[in-house]
Design a binder for this molecule. Structure first.
Ligand code: SF4
Length: 64
């Protein structure tokens, strides 16, 4: 999904958590997913370039 700065601002304002590090399936010691999904696209919040970016949500995210 394409995003811009308003997504980042809204996420911070509302405390939106959506990355692997906030997911109950994340194995911090291995920096890996307990369900063996690749974590590279949603391990951290997306970085914007020229005010735009891309975000990938995991359908198995489960708030810790
Ligand atoms: S289920 Fe998805 S969000 Fe959770 S740790 Fe695995 S890859 Fe990350």
């Amino acid at each position: 999904m394409r995003i811009d700065g308003s997504f980042v601002a809204d996420a911070e304002r509302h405390g939106l958590r959506y990355t692997c590090k906030d997911c109950g399936h994340f194995l911090a010691a291995r920096s890996a997913c307990a369900h063996e999904w690749p974590v590279d696209q949603h391990l951290l919040p997306p970085m914007l370039k020229n005010g735009e970016g891309r975000i990938v949500f995991c359908k198995e995210f489960e708030l810790e």
